[in-house]
Design a protein around this ligand. Structure first.
Ligand code: ADP
Length: 407
């Protein structure tokens, strides 16, 4: 039988190609959905070459050559949002592809040779998985640390919020309780598991970290939205007016939102031929308003499309409408939908999305008011909703005064 590491080295390109294809098409690896083939391929040839080097030497001590390649691979997969099961699946595919490529040559050897070769390949792939996981866990832990630092900073601001406004405190505390309980519970479990020598199940540990991170991010989202709202209510929101090209803002939003719409199988349509060329407004706030409305339209629509329509309204006003073919909002919910923590109860058959805070529209309504505009809603349950924002072509400079007296 030929030296199979030599065979493998001749087939590195073909195996890398097949591996990338298999990972891209595998139904169980969902994180590749928005990744290009080049992004999936990144580091793959590096890992394979390292595998070949190790196999060529067939010495256990040489197995360390795989360390660097697999560590980088794990780091990349963590950045790309792979979950632990997907990483394991990726290596399962690699093992299958390696054996499929070497099958003919392997079968020419004696039983002993075949078994020895297979066991060696298995050992090296297992080592690659272990190293890949090590860096994956490290990356996730670093994120956790960053999250903790961010949380510490926001807690300070939250304290100030608590001192200045008692109003929404009960609801806020209630909102914070669920993700916080999860963060604390899973962190404790993770630490206990790490300490216990019997429970060295990497996949389970990493899944726990994932949950901690998800809850932490959700918590931060709520806190940041609540803080943004409190800044408005305290009149601390400054506007930065500038001549703004409406069309280019809409294009930026479409570019950002298109992947989310694609993911849900929704069409994102534009009817902006009559959009004003230039307006005087705060471009950042305008972008925030529209992003929020388009994001909601996509999140609350299962089938159909989301349309952005923009045109001149009166001689000194323009209008922009975001329409969806989603779940719609019942009349009794429409009345309070712009209040903080309001969520449509009557219209939702399914639970709210995990990133729901009930604060987005409250912030949007305040920003629209700050930009001297108006927001309105027409909606029908099961048919869809249209949020229309009417804004002045030129925001007047007294806005500074408004910002400080805003209620
Ligand atoms: P959330 O983070 O919960 O989406 P929002 O303040 O953005 O917070 O929205 C408040 C509520 O209004 C949502 O929870 C949802 O029930 C409802 N809602 C907002 N936009 C839409 C929409 N386009 N279609 C149906 N319901 C919507």
């Amino acid at each position: 039988m030929q030296d199979f590491s030599h065979l493998l080295s001749e087939k590195v390109d073909a195996i890398a190609q097949q591996w990338v294809e298999a990972v891209a098409q595998d139904q169980q690896i969902k994180s590749t959905k928005n990744l290009s083939k080049t992004a999936i391929r990144d580091h793959v040839p590096h890992v394979l070459t390292a595998l070949v080097t190790v196999l060529a030497h067939t010495q256990a001590s040489d197995i360390k050559t795989i360390v660097e390649a697999s560590l980088e691979h794990g780091l990349l997969r963590a950045e790309q949002g792979f979950n632990p099961t997907e990483v394991v699946r990726e290596y399962h595919l690699l093992r299958t592809i390696i054996f499929a490529n070497l099958r003919t040559e392997l079968l020419q050897g004696t039983v002993e040779e075949v078994l020895r070769s297979m066991s060696l390949i298995d050992t090296v792939v297992d080592e690659a998985i272990a190293q890949c996981f090590q860096s994956y866990v490290k990356e996730r832990l670093q994120e956790l640390e960053q999250l903790q630092n961010q949380l510490t900073l926001t807690v300070e601001e939250l304290r100030r919020l608590v001192r200045s406004s008692q109003e929404n405190l009960n609801i806020l505390a209630h909102e914070l309780k669920t993700p916080l309980t999860s963060i604390i519970g899973y962190s404790e479990l993770f630490i206990r598991q790490q300490r216990s020598s019997e429970l060295k199940d990497n996949v389970t540990s990493v899944e726990h970290i994932e949950r901690v991170l998800r809850s932490g991010r959700q918590l931060l989202h709520i806190i940041n939205d609540a803080l943004e709202l409190s800044r408005y209510e305290a009149g601390r929101m400054q506007l930065h007016l500038a001549i703004t090209n409406v069309r280019s803002i809409i294009d930026t939003i479409v570019e950002t939102m298109q992947p989310l719409a694609d993911k849900q199988g929704l069409k994102l349509l534009l009817d902006c031929e009559d959009a004003p060329m230039q307006v005087l407004t705060d471009p950042l706030r305008l972008q925030q308003i529209l992003t929020n409305l388009v994001n909601n339209a996509i999140r609350y629509t299962q089938i159909g499309c989301v349309t952005i329509e923009c045109h001149a309204f009166t001689s000194n006003q323009w209008a922009i409408a975001v329409t969806d073919t989603g779940i719609g909002i019942a009349p009794e919910d429409q009345e309070r939908i712009f209040e903080p923590f309001a969520r449509a109860e009557c219209s939702t058959i399914k639970p709210h999305p995990p990133d729901s805070t009930g604060l987005g529209l409250a912030i949007v309504a305040r920003m629209v008011k700050l930009l001297q505009g108006e927001i309105s809603l027409t909606s029908q349950l099961g048919v869809g909703s249209t949020f229309t924002v009417i804004l002045p072509l030129e925001v007047t400079t007294e806005v500074e005064v408004m910002a400080t007296t805003f209620q």
